[in-house]
Design a protein around this ligand. Structure first.
Ligand SMILES: *Cc1c(COP(=O)(O)O)cnc(C)c1O
Length: 370
């Protein structure tokens, strides 16, 4: 019976009864659940960002630069320093988080009658982008150790003929990075799809990769169907600013320009991102210590008898637990919030400060009776 509290709304049937996505945001002392950088920006960086925001505020009666040209130039410089690959601004795109970049990709290259393929377990937002753009979602499988078999991936592409393949590297929630040979095999299979297929390598955790692990940015030259997505939310320590970006061939970027909303990147966001990029070395000063803390956490968990996925990211997936929810709850009761995500029986912990990791280990010893 319709009533003011239960109106009849023409909700898309596939959205009926669904809850919005998101990790619980709980106010506890130790937050190790959404892979943030635990170190806030320094006073210097804060002052510089604030000064640039003040300048931007003086122009807020005007719409911002729709094409954020200056920010793209800064991102090109940053990527050149970070990965050794020099692009041109026409190869870079940005949006409010790489989540929005992904949405742009599926708006341009997905849609009704088309398929997006990924390999599970992977980022839980991917099926939601597919759903929201009315694109069919197919999840291929990773191996038991969460690596991706190149031949199996190529076969899945041949079978499902997707218009988009999403590969997270390092993957979330497993932390596993893909060898470039695997990405190349996927690109070759994608090139054979009639009508074309865009391969997206989501490098949200790219800056945490171990020494010697290359970035897919190195494959951009010669692969017009490759898009490499990055974010300022993780290693960069700027999750609250909502800035994600992508590198690809200019023609691919041009397609994204068609589907974006006008002025999607506010003048304030552009100012914050540019000021932060000037301070990239300071903001990323802790990446080395976070990597070391990650390796120590993985080693400690293994020494306790857990299985832990190899991680090139700032988190570790560990298990198995008969009742992972009880363990998650037990940690939460001790003030430590981690994430119940991934295959059944596994838990994911983000890498925090040394003090936070001590709190995590102490709580886990109590809860798991180690
Ligand atoms: C955290 C994360 C992102 C980043 O999302 P933003 O919208 O940039 O904050 C993207 N991809 C994966 C796999 C992630 O885990």
């Amino acid at each position: 019976m319709p009533s003011p509290s239960r109106p009849v709304l023409p909700l898309r049937p596939e959205l009926a009864g669904l809850e919005p996505y998101g990790a619980p945001q709980l106010d506890v002392p130790v937050l190790l659940n959404v892979n943030e950088n635990p170190y806030p920006p320094s006073d210097d960086v804060v002052a510089d960002i604030a000064a640039d925001v003040a300048v931007a505020a003086r122009g807020l009666n005007r719409y911002p630069d729709r094409d954020f040209r200056a920010l793209r130039v800064d991102l090109v410089d940053y990527l050149a320093r970070e990965s050794g690959v020099r692009l041109v601004p026409e190869q870079v795109w940005a949006a409010n988080g790489s989540n929005e970049v992904m949405l742009h990709l599926l708006q341009a290259f997905g849609g009704p009658g088309r398929t997006v393929l990924s390999f599970a377990p992977t980022y839980s937002m991917y099926p939601e982008y597919a759903r929201d753009t009315a694109t069919a979602w197919v999840a291929g499988r990773r191996e038991d150790d969460f690596t991706l078999d190149a031949a199996a991936a190529a076969a899945a592409i041949k079978e499902h003929t997707p218009s988009v393949v999403l590969l997270a590297s390092p993957n979330n929630p497993t932390g596993t990075a893909l060898p470039l040979a695997t990405v190349e095999a996927v690109l070759a299979a994608a090139a054979a799809v009639e009508g074309g297929c865009v391969v997206v390598v989501d490098e949200a955790y790219g800056e945490f990769r171990r020494a010697g692990v290359p970035s897919a940015l190195e494959l951009l030259d010669g692969h017009p169907n490759l898009a490499v997505s990055r974010t300022m939310s993780k290693a960069f320590g700027l999750a609250g600013a909502r800035v994600g970006y992508l590198a690809a061939a200019p023609a691919l970027v041009d397609a994204l320009r068609v589907v974006r909303l006008p002025y999607h990147l506010s003048a304030v966001t552009q100012a914050v991102a540019r000021a932060a990029l000037r301070h990239a070395p300071a903001l990323m000063a802790q990446v080395g210590s976070l990597r070391a803390e990650r390796d120590a956490t993985v080693a400690w968990l293994r020494a306790q008898g857990f299985t832990v996925a190899d991680s090139d990211a700032n988190f570790a997936l560990f298990g198995p637990f008969d009742d992972r929810h009880a363990v998650w709850q037990g940690l939460l009761d001790r003030g430590v919030l981690i994430r119940e995500v991934g295959p059944d029986g596994w838990l994911r912990v983000s890498i925090g400060t040394p003090e936070e990791m001590t709190a995590f280990r102490d709580a886990l010893v109590e809860v798991a009776g180690l």
